[in-house]
Design a protein around this ligand. Sequence first.
Ligand code: UD1
Ligand code: CA
Length: 451
Amino acid sequence: MATALIVLAAGKGTRMNSDLPKVMHEVAGAPLFAHALASGAMLDPERAVLVVGHGAETVGKAARALDPDIIIAEQTEQLGTAHAVAQARDALNGFDGDAIVLYGDTPFIRPETLEAMAAERAGGADVVVLGFEATDPGRYGRLITQDNALERIVEFKDATDEERAVTLCNSGVVAAKASTLFDLIDGVGNDNAAEEYYLTDIIGIARARGLSARVVTCDEAETMGINARAELAAAEDVFQTRARTEAMENGVTLVAADTVYFSHDTVIGRDTVVEPNVVFGPGVTIESDTRIRAFSHLEGCHVSRGGVVGPYARLRPGAELAEDAKIGNFVEIKNAQIEEGAKVNHLSYVGDARVGAEANIGAGTITCNYDGVSKHHTDIGARAFIGSNTCLVAPVSVGDEAMTATGTVVTKNVPAGAMAVGRAKIEIKPGLAVKLFEKLKAAKARRQKGS
Ligand code: UD1
Ligand code: CA
């Protein structure tokens, strides 16, 4: 069955106390709405519609950047969840499959759970709702069932005491044939405590029309919605705990698991060791058998097999380490290829560059890549030896097996096999240090006597 996603993300999120629309707040380095889209993406949807309202422009732009095919539908007034879904009607014109409604502020619904819902639909249920047994049902909508059938959903505000005693709650996720969904929504009114068009009303309407409705349940942790900063922090914690467990199950050693932070898309190969206090920003792939040493920060980079990074290293977007490359302490790498077996071991900045295979970059080397207006490239050949404290003023190249002398400011290309020396000549004056010390000490003694 072809599937379409409808992700509701128009709400303001007043309780976040933020200038940012709620769904733009991030968990694991990705905005909340992107998590909902990602779990839905596993169903390989034919169309994905994001319903935006508050901060429509910001959310729409961020969504298009992630997925150019996404369809943005605007809900200019937030009149309720049914009204929000109705805004996706035009976007699904001519679509003949199933629609799944997700909430943009609910990041943890597992793809397997959505598959279970799809299976229930395939099994003949006209409408499928995702429910969960709540430890504290609070203000969630309650699922009123009889035997295995879902009769209706009642919102907390409208529920009787008896209904409030029900612990089977509504997650908000709904699946139905798209045309059925919109037909049912047409029947929804706003005669309720909140004067909103409740999506939840479609169940009672469906049953009255002789359609069937069923519940698929999931773990409460999956349905966690984010409404306030404390919940955002709790969600981050849930994500990190899960990511750490998963990494260790995949054969990654985390020396101090609680101090390692992952992003939504971090990939780490088997038998890699991650030392304490490492942060993985978005877009990191680490191959097998590498070591990421303590206090390193990585984002948008790739570390190949056998690589060693840190301690205290920073790999920024575009850092590409080939096999057995070594990046040491207090080294920053940005948009640079570090080829096989090359070493940048101490206190360096390498940006917009290529470092050839087996090259050795001495301590304190800086690629001066920025002239205040534009960025320029530095090319360093294989087995080159860059002396400590070399400044490479880009654009510039150092050929294969070339050398630069310590302290050289390289402003010209260095051919293969050549040596570049660019520093003031040193002069040695015998005995001068002793004389100078005596003079300075005598001056100090005179000053102290005088005072
Ligand atoms: C909703 C459900 C409730 C369920 C709970 C689970 C309804 C009527 N109630 O309640 O049964 O237990 O979720 O968390 O559906 N949104 C829009 N436009 C609107 C209104 C909402 O896009 O006009 C979006 C919000 O941004 C949010 C989602 O829909 O992502 C849910 O809306 P919210 O107002 O939080 O619903 P609840 O009252 O929590
Ligand atoms: Ca909510």
